[in-house]
Design a protein around this ligand. Structure first.
Ligand code: SAH
Length: 409
């Protein structure tokens, strides 16, 4: 069994289904009442049981098989708990369960189990189940805190508090779901509708309550302006219908995110709109990759430029020769395709061809990697390393600060 994977939580509906508990001691005694409460057809297999279990037998709440475990006990069962004090017996239960594809909890050794029992609590129709990677005491503590908050109404109240209709622009940060702000996360949890981009941290969307409408912008009609108009229309229309809409983007909504166009559309329609900034990728991605965008005595400025239009193009708004004549860090976004032309323009404008460059792909995400090059070798490095967007390209001496061995001198 591979301990590297997270568990997959599920709520088992056990009413009238056969569940086998092997062992009749204190572990079994603690587990059995929950199974009875779930309506399970509980069978305890053990030569001896505690007086409390015996009481449940007397009350007709479970069936006691007064003997040692046999593999056939698991026939037709849905779930089992190996709770004896004897590892060999628990091992036999595990093996019999595995053959029959019955999920099996092990009281003695969680690493050998196919299911774990979370710390659970209930309040007002809500079941709280907490699993901290085999740290039962920590699970129980966290369960207590959550149940306590539910009792005090602090958790439930939050869900009602920010429910006024309107639009909230939420920056989701560079990709790692932990890098959203607390305010951003709260806004997501309060939303009726979430309109999300490709680069918005996907895992956070998986945590949304099931009744939240999720609009995936990548599925809207293509074309730069058609798509934006459609987004504006969707957020305004939902807000006017009384919904709380979160416009959810990667990084920050105002950094090449067209956030202000959405603000203008909302204002025009009389829809209230607020902004929750996000960690923007041109700063956060190099930071997580270990590259500072400024460093004392090395770079006193950093310039963030969109590379989606190449130098010399009639639509370009960037003065590349001015950028080339500066000394500080240049951070390029949306620039994988045009990077060779940009590197040429920077060298033509006076930056040495030996200027260090770092290309950080899929920053802060599981597949993050950094490709090192110089302005002179960037074009071939991108091809050789098969670099694909999203990538942040950092140009300047700060890259040498972070990777002193890689460039000589
Ligand atoms: N609003 C976003 C940027 C959107 S433009 C922000 O503030 O970060 C899209 C570009 O952002 C991509 O082409 C890439 O250059 C950069 N980018 C965003 N997330 C990234 C990530 N996790 N890793 C590398 N580059 C990223």
């Amino acid at each position: 069994m591979d301990d590297d994977y997270p568990t997959y939580p599920a709520g088992l509906r056990l009413a009238d289904r056969r569940v086998v508990v092997v062992g009749g001691g204190h572990v079994a005694q603690r587990r059995v009442p929950h199974l009875i409460a779930a309506g399970a057809d509980v069978h305890v297999v053990s030569p001896e049981v505690t007086p409390a279990i015996e009481g449940m037998v007397g009350a007709g709440e479970l069936t006691w098989h007064e003997r040692r475990f046999e593999d056939a006990d698991l026939d037709d069962s849905w779930y089992c708990i190996a709770a004896t004090a004897d590892t060999a017996v628990n091992e036999a239960v595990s093996a019999a369960a595995e053959v029959r594809r019955v999920f099996c909890v092990r009281a003695d050794d969680g690493t050998r189990a196919t299911a774990w029992t979370p710390a659970t609590g209930r309040h007002d129709g809500i079941t709280v189940a907490v699993l901290c990677n085999r740290e039962p005491q920590r699970s129980a503590r966290i369960r207590d805190e959550i149940v306590e908050e539910l009792r005090e109404g602090t958790l439930a109240a939050r869900r009602q508090r920010d429910h006024a209709p309107g639009v909230v622009l939420v920056g989701g940060g560079p990709g790692d779901p932990e890098l959203i702000s607390i305010a951003g996360r709260k806004a997501l949890m309060d939303a009726d509708v979430v309109v999300a981009d490709r680069l918005a941290p996907r895992e956070l969307l998986g945590d949304l309550p099931a009744d939240v409408e999720l609009v995936d912008v990548t599925k809207l009609p293509r074309g730069r302006s058609a798509q934006q108009e459609e987004i504006n229309r969707v957020i305004v229309e939902r807000a006017l219908a009384g919904k709380r809409v979160v416009r959810f983007k990667g990084g920050d909504n105002f950094v090449f995110g067209r956030g202000y166009e959405e603000i203008l559309a909302c204002r025009e329609a009389g829809v209230p709109v607020t902004v929750i900034p996000g960690l923007t990728s041109p700063v956060a991605v190099p930071a997580v990759a270990g590259i500072p965008v400024t460093h004392r005595g090395v770079a006193h400025e950093f310039t963030v430029i969109s590379g989606h239009i190449p130098p010399g193009h009639p639509d370009s708004l960037t003065n590349w020769s001015a950028v080339a004549s500066m000394h500080g860090t240049v951070v390029l976004m949306m620039a994988v395709e045009n990077a060779p032309a940009i590197a040429d323009a920077l060298v033509a404008g006076g930056r040495p061809a030996t200027t260090p460059v770092a290309v950080v792909c899929d920053g802060t995400m599981p597949g993050e990697r950094t490709v090192l090059a110089t302005l002179g070798t960037l074009a071939s490095a991108l091809v050789a390393e098969e670099v694909r967007p999203p990538a942040i390209i950092v140009v300047g001496e700060v890259v040498r600060v972070a990777h002193p061995g890689a460039f000589g001198g």
